[in-house]
Design a protein. Structure first.
Ligand code: AMP
Length: 292
């Protein structure tokens, strides 16, 4: 659609904006959920959405800092907020409707429903962030109901989130096609994240070491090292950095997140995923290893 972007803050305004587009015979409705502080990674998702929507479809972006997916009050409080820049970026990327609700608009004070995935959310990030993926599933299912998109896009940076949302769509019969977008990186390899701005200059200088270690591990695995060996090597390399604490380094199956045994060699496809604290900033990254 070529009309000016509409920014709405309430569900009622969102419904009205969607109804207007429906009258124009819109075909695809592509949703990109975000928590704001938008950067080049989000911009890539929005541009992909624009392509999928085409000329006769619409792109809906949401910016909502979802409190139910934070398991640390400090992390929520320190999360960057840049609503004006977010609005400009959405306009530049061809968004038709930007939905920017506040927490009171999204959640009733006596809310008592949850949407919980019970297997895939127990491992990797779910093991150290209890309740996180239930918060994600809750907010995304609400957005799906409000927007009723034909398509939705999520980044592979949050690979586990994408896998869990695919399961949610399958198991709860949401008639929505999900798309996984490739990870967008800084020129030095660091996966772009809203949390990167919280790194000190020394941590920022060391942070690309995570992707470098994952890349080296991928190569070693393809050359015959075992899953356990390459994970141990990534852990060792990260632990040589200052102020670093490794949360996990694991090789899993990319569809069901089941761990590939430490002694296994050459099992593919595989996903090598890691979470590392630089001081109190938790960074995640991953690399896919597919059969040639
Ligand atoms: P967030 O605002 O962190 O909730 O992210 C919103 C969406 O953008 C999620 O689907 C993320 O996976 C995706 N995303 C965030 N950073 C990146 C990145 N560097 N590359 C690709 N996708 C990203």
């Amino acid at each position: 659609m070529l009309a000016a972007m509409r920014r709405v803050e309430t569900k009622r305004e969102l419904r009205a904006a969607l109804a207007m587009n429906a009258q124009k015979g819109v075909r695809r409705r592509v949703l990109v959920p975000t928590m704001g502080a938008l950067h080049a990674g989000h911009a890539a998702l929005l541009r992909q959405a624009r392509e999928i929507a085409g000329d006769d479809g619409i792109v809906v972006a949401s910016v909502f800092l979802n409190p139910t997916q934070f398991n640390s009050a400090g992390d929520l409080a320190s999360y960057p907020r840049t609503p004006d820049d977010d609005t400009s970026l959405c306009e530049t990327c061809g968004v038709d409707i930007l939905f920017m609700p506040d927490a009171a608009e999204m959640y009733m004070p006596d809310r008592s429903m949850n949407v919980e995935e019970t297997q895939l959310s127990r491992v990797l990030c779910g093991a150290s962030r209890p309740g996180h993926f239930a918060g994600v599933c809750l907010v995304v299912s609400k957005l799906f109901n409000m927007v009723q998109p034909t398509d939705a896009i999520f980044g592979k940076k949050d690979y586990q989130q994408l896998v869990i949302l695919r399961r949610m769509v399958r198991d709860l019969d949401f008639p929505i096609q999900l798309h996984g977008a490739p990870i967008v990186r800084e020129p030095d390899g660091l996966a772009i994240s809203s949390r990167n701005v919280r790194l000190s200059s020394q941590q920022r200088a060391e942070a690309p070491g995570l992707y470098a270690a994952l890349n080296k591990a991928r190569k070693a695995y393809l050359e015959g090292a075992s899953a356990g060996e390459v994970c141990a090597e990534v852990r060792r390399e990260m632990e040589t950095l200052s102020e670093v604490r490794v949360d996990y380094v694991q090789m899993v199956h990319p569809d069901n997140l089941q761990e590939i045994g430490g002694g296994e060699k050459g099992v593919q496809p595989a996903l090598l995923a890691a979470a590392v604290y630089f001081g109190d900033v938790r960074l995640i990254d991953n690399i896919e290893i597919f059969a040639e």
